[in-house]
Design a protein around this ligand. Structure first.
Ligand code: OAD
Length: 257
């Protein structure tokens, strides 16, 4: 089965899920757009938005560590947008947590910094681009917990450390290294019999290498769901260019549990 819009695909996917016991998910910003968080590179994505609202040398500068060191306010005003409403897990986040309770989940590797997988109750999650859970002062290295800088994020005001340094959430910026746990999992890939790549343009390295290596090592049944094509579509057994929540709502209707 290749690129498909057919109704049969939902039934087929539900059958494959029922038979699988080691499902790996690789998720990107597209899984959270229905929660009200814009993606990065979609037509209404953050990088297009930021170009209109901020004077930046280039849109990705908002997540560039060198730019942040001298202009942290842009990142904090972006964070204000992200935290302005109470964000809740989507249908798909919750569906994945259900698969974990059914002991079908190998792992979720997410590029997202929104913590929605954890919020939906999923335990086996690796945030390969970090998250807002903790932060560090970029000058003295002091550690901060989310509640210590949450108000700053909500108000878009740069959090300063007692040493006057800027506090930076532990999100992986361009120019920074991914957490060690990402490299650990790359060298010991989780056994996988079904792979889903959800809502990612698969353009950012090295994270995008993870699903490609899973395909190479285990040849699992592989599914990519994204509302536009990616340059890796041809590597997947099933390619679905539709809204992620709609797909899983339909798949869920066919499941026997
Ligand atoms: P992108 O914005 O690059 O890709 C998200 C993809 O999801 C796009 O191709 C959208 O068309 C698609 N999409 C959006 N909503 C969808 C929906 N409801 N159903 C189906 N598809 C949908 O986001 P990522 O690939 O996650 O880094 O970006 C990777 C990294 O680039 C991010 O982690 C971020 C960014 O710089 C950091 O935050 C550190």
């Amino acid at each position: 089965m290749k690129t498909t819009d057919s109704w049969d695909v939902f039934e087929k996917l539900s059958e494959i899920i029922e038979k699988s016991s080691k499902i790996t998910f690789f998720t990107g910003a597209g899984i959270s757009t229905s929660a009200g968080i814009p993606d990065f590179r979609g037509p209404d994505g953050i990088y297009n938005l930021i170009e209109k609202t901020h004077k930046l040398p280039y849109p990705e500068a908002v997540f560039d560590i060198n730019y942040f060191r001298t202009n942290p306010s842009v990142f904090y005003s972006f964070s204000k947008e992200m935290f302005k409403a109470e964000i809740k897990p989507t249908f798909t986040h919750t569906f994945i947590s259900k698969l974990e309770r059914l002991k079908k989940l190998a792992i979720v590797i997410t590029q997202n910094i929104d913590m929605l997988h954890e919020k939906s109750g999923t335990v086996k999650v690796l945030d390969c681009h970090g998250s807002y859970k903790t932060a560090h002062c970029i000058k003295c290295g002091s550690l901060y917990n989310f509640k210590d800088f949450e108000d700053n994020l909500r108000n878009g005001i740069v959090r300063k450390c007692s040493c006057t340094g800027v506090v930076k959430p532990d999100i992986v910026f361009f120019g920074e290294t991914l957490p060690q746990k990402f490299y650990d999992i790359m060298s010991d890939l989780p056994e996988t019999d079904l792979l889903f790549v959800l809502g990612s343009s698969l353009t950012v390295q090295p994270a995008n290498i993870f699903p490609l290596n899973i395909i190479k090592k285990y040849s699992p049944y592989s599914v990519i769901i994204n509302n536009q094509s990616t340059c890796y579509d041809k590597l997947f057994d099933t390619v679905i260019h539709q809204d992620i929540d709609s797909v899983f709502k339909n798949v869920n209707m066919h499941l026997q549990y």
